[in-house]
Ligand binder design. Structure first.
Ligand SMILES: Cc1cc2nc3c(=O)[nH]c(=O)nc-3n(C[C@H](O)[C@H](O)[C@H](O)COP(=O)(O)OP(=O)(O)OC[C@H]3O[C@@H](n4cnc5c(N)ncnc54)[C@H](O)[C@@H]3O)c2cc1C
Length: 376
C-alpha cells in the first residue's frame, strides 16, 4: 500500500473518531482513565455517575492507595510491568499539572511475616524479582513498630521491602484526573445520574455510533448481561482509620491486611473482605469490620487498644481465579453495538486502571476486540 493511501486511511479514521461522542457510566478510576486516554481523540466525553462529582463515591475513593505489581505470593502480577508503568505514567502526567499538592508518594512497602516458612518463600521471591523485592531486617522497620515488636505475643520474624512502590491519595487523584480530562477535552461533562439498565444507557446516546463504556464498579450487575459476568464476586471492604498520634509510621505495611499512612495525620488499617450479600450495600459498620480485622496480627499487636477514628467502606468487584490469577475483565457487548465494559479490578484497581483503559481505547479505535482478551 502506498504511503499516500495509508495517510488517507489514517486521516479518514481520525476525522471519524474526532466526531465521536463517548458516554462513560461510572466515574471511578476505571471510568476516568478511559476518559483520559480518549480525551485527545474524541469530540465529546460525558461521565454519568450517581454522585455529584469525582472523588466522592465508589471503591476508588476508599482504596488504601497501594500501587505495586507484586502478588500476595511474591510473583509478578499478570502484565505487571506494563500495567505498573502505565499507572505511573498517568499519575506523573496528572501530577505535572497539580504542583501544589502531592497525588502520590514513592514509598517503601514492607511485607512482614509471622511465620519463618512464609518468610523463606519471599526470600526466594527476592532472588527471582530483585528489581522489586529485597530482604530487610526487622530492625529496619519504623522505630515504633520495632520497639513494640519484641514485646508482643506473635512478633514479626522477618520482612521484605517491595521497592519502587507508591502510595496514592485516591480522592485527590480522582479529582485531578477528572481535571486532566477537561483540560484535554473541553467538551467533557460530569452528569449526576443513576443509570438503571441497558435501555437507560442506550437512551443517553444521540446516535448508535456513540460509544458507551460501563465502568460502574458493582453497578455492572444491573448494566451488563448476567451470563458474561456470572463468575464475578462482590466483596465489601472496610477500613479503620486511626490518628497518627497513636502510631507513628512513615511507610506502608502489608501482611494480608495493611497499615498505610495518609497525608491527613492518619493511617488506614484494612481491609475486610465481607462477602455476605445482606450487608454488601450497607455503609460502614465497625463491628462487622472488626469481626474480620480483629484476627489480624497488626490489630492484635499494635491496634487493639487504640481508638478507631472512623470507618470507610466500598465494594470490590472480584474476578474468578484462573490459571493466570484473578484477571481483570474487558468486554464488548455481544448484542448492542459500540458498548464496552471494564470490570473485575478486584483489589488492584490502581495497578490496572490506566493499562486497561489504554487497551480499551485501542480496541475502540481499531475496532479490533481481540485486544480486550485478557486470556491472551
Ligand atoms: C477498602 C478497599 C481498599 C482498597 N485498596 C486498594 C489499594 O490499596 N490499591 C488498589 O490498587 N486497589 C485497592 N482497592 C480496589 C480498588 O479500589 C478498586 O479495584 C477500584 O477502585 C475499582 O474502580 P472502578 O472505577 O472499577 O469502580 P468504583 O471505584 O467502584 O467506581 C464505580 C463508579 O460508578 C458509579 N456507579 C455505580 N453504579 C452506577 C450507576 N448505575 N449509574 C451511575 N453511576 C454508577 C459509582 O458511583 C462509582 O463512582 C481497594 C478496594 C477497597 C474496597
Amino acid at each position: 500500500m502506498s504511503l499516500q493511501l495509508c495517510l488517507l486511511i489514517v486521516s479518514v479514521i481520525m476525522s471519524n473518531l474526532s466526531a465521536l461522542r463517548v458516554h462513560i457510566v461510572g466515574g471511578g478510576i476505571a471510568g476516568l482513565a478511559v476518559g483520559y486516554h480518549l480525551a485527545n481523540i474524541v469530540e465529546r466525553i460525558t461521565i454519568y455517575d450517581m454522585n455529584i462529582g469525582p472523588g466522592l463515591s465508589g471503591a476508588s475513593v476508599v482504596s488504601a492507595g497501594l500501587l505495586h505489581p507484586i502478588t500476595t505470593s511474591g510473583k509478578l502480577m499478570w502484565r505487571g510491568n506494563e500495567a505498573y508503568s502505565s499507572a505511573r505514567n498517568l499519575l506523573n502526567d496528572v501530577q505535572l499539572h497539580n504542583v501544589s499538592s502531592k497525588l502520590f508518594q514513592d514509598s517503601q512497602l514492607y511485607h512482614t511475616f509471622y511465620s519463618i516458612s512464609e518468610y523463606e518463600k519471599w526470600q526466594a521471591a527476592a532472588k527471582d524479582l530483585p528489581e522489586y523485592i529485597e530482604c530487610c531486617d526487622v530492625d529496619q522497620l519504623d522505630s515504633t513498630l520495632s520497639s513494640i515488636n519484641h514485646k508482643v505475643e506473635k512478633p514479626i520474624v522477618g520482612s521484605v521491602r517491595i521497592k519502587n512502590a507508591c502510595i496514592v491519595n485516591p480522592p485527590l487523584y480522582l479529582k485531578c484526573l477528572y481535571q486532566s480530562i477537561t483540560r484535554r477535552n473541553k467538551n467533557t461533562n460530569w452528569v449526576q445520574y443513576n443509570v438503571n439498565d441497558s435501555n437507560d444507557y442506550q437512551k443517553l446516546r444521540q446516535s448508535p455510533d456513540d460509544i458507551v463504556v460501563i465502568t460502574a464498579g458493582p453497578g455492572v450487575r444491573q448494566l451488563w448481561p448476567h451470563e458474561d459476568i456470572e463468575n464475578l464476586q462482590y466483596a465489601k471492604g472496610q477500613n479503620l482509620i486511626y490518628s497518627s498520634d497513636d502510631l507513628k509510621i512513615s511507610n506502608g505495611y502489608i501482611s494480608g491486611e495493611y497499615i498505610v499512612p495518609t497525608v491527613n495525620n492518619e493511617f488506614i488499617f484494612g481491609a475486610s473482605y465481607e462477602y455476605s450479600l445482606d450487608t454488601l450495600e450497607k455503609g460502614p459498620d465497625c463491628s462487622e469490620a472488626l469481626k474480620y480485622l480483629n484476627r489480624s496480627p497488626f490489630y492484635k499487636n499494635y491496634l487493639h487498644d487504640k481508638d478507631i477514628g472512623r470507618v470507610t467502606s466500598g465494594i470490590r468487584v472480584v474476578p474468578k481465579r484462573g490459571h493466570k490469577g484473578k484477571l481483570p475483565i474487558m468486554l464488548k457487548h455481544k448484542k448492542i453495538p459500540n458498548v464496552y465494559c471494564i470490570t473485575g479490578l478486584g483489589s488492584r484497581g490502581l495497578l490496572y486502571h490506566s493499562y486497561l483503559a489504554d487497551l480499551m481505547v485501542k480496541a475502540i479505535i481499531s475496532r479490533d476486540e481481540s485486544v480486550l482478551d485478557t486470556a491472551k
